[in-house]
Design a binder for this molecule. Sequence first.
Ligand SMILES: Cc1ncc(COP(=O)(O)O)c(C=O)c1O
Length: 339
Amino acid sequence: MTGPALFTFDDLADVRRFYRDADTSATPMVELPALARSVGAGRLLVKDESMRFGLPAFKIVGVRYAVSRVLSSSPQPVTALAAATAGNHGRAVARVARDCGLRAHIYVPAGTHPARVEALRGEGADVRVTSVGYDDTVRLLAGDAQADGWTIVSDTAWPGYEDVPRWIMAGYTHILDEVRGQGGFAGDPQRMLVMVQAGVGSLAGAVAGWLDATFGTSRPRLVVVEPEGSACLGASVHAGIRTTLPEAAPTSMVGLRCAEVSTIAWPILHTTLDHAVTVTDAEVDAAIARLARPLPGDSAVRSGPSGAAGVAALLAQCGLPPLAGRTVLVINTEGPLVG
Ligand SMILES: Cc1ncc(COP(=O)(O)O)c(C=O)c1O
């Protein structure tokens, strides 16, 4: 290990136990040999999270575990879960709340696509479309949650709010446990490249923590992919310190549009990340199309913009280490968007 550990072995064992008892089925891991050849890689494995526990994104695998920890550790009875997001995380919170018989209050910023609001309402959530932007929506929710006793379930951490996001990150490691069970880490780990897209970096931090705990210094190389206009992790790596961008530019990769890295993801990423690269919306469109209409011999994979970022970076070959002879693992974190 080269820096502070994010997870203890007990943390990871608890997640394994939780998902073994939950008796869920694994998402597919798809090998794309023709695309691997075309980008010059030895093998290309796509962990396909486009349908995870019945939702079109990976987020629920973290939220489900985190909510179980909230319910078992909260000193007061939990009556309602709350989140400020129109994206995949909000839908996961709404679904898990419903499954647990709790109310969900999801606040979404002005301008959110009506299809996303409908998807949230379809999960039975109370949805409030605010008249303000994302940051003010977060503040509004925090005030109302405090007043009404709702439990906030956020996938990013800030000073003083770290337990829930840490549990969410721990839950994400189930994806890698599945990959291992599916033979994805069968070869020499040091000949592997793991590519993860990042918004606030919770998923990438979870992957980093799992790789670190599992392989130590013989771990695979870790590459993080961000949109060109909101590369807060890349900026932080460059500066050597967690750096907030003045703004996160609009992008079709809405789940990756973030100006600030989560406080608990940063330390592990700072010590574990090997490369940070960026992709454009056009590159992601090309990746979605390639995955949907694959090269002869490959299977089709349905992907949304944030989901296809890893493949976009491979196709664009932007700043990546040499791929020859390496097994590359990418995570398709979402299916096609509803709006
Ligand atoms: C589909 C998708 N992929 C990746 C991410 C990035 O996750 P994180 O914000 O933990 O970096 C998100 C976050 O919303 C997402 O929705």
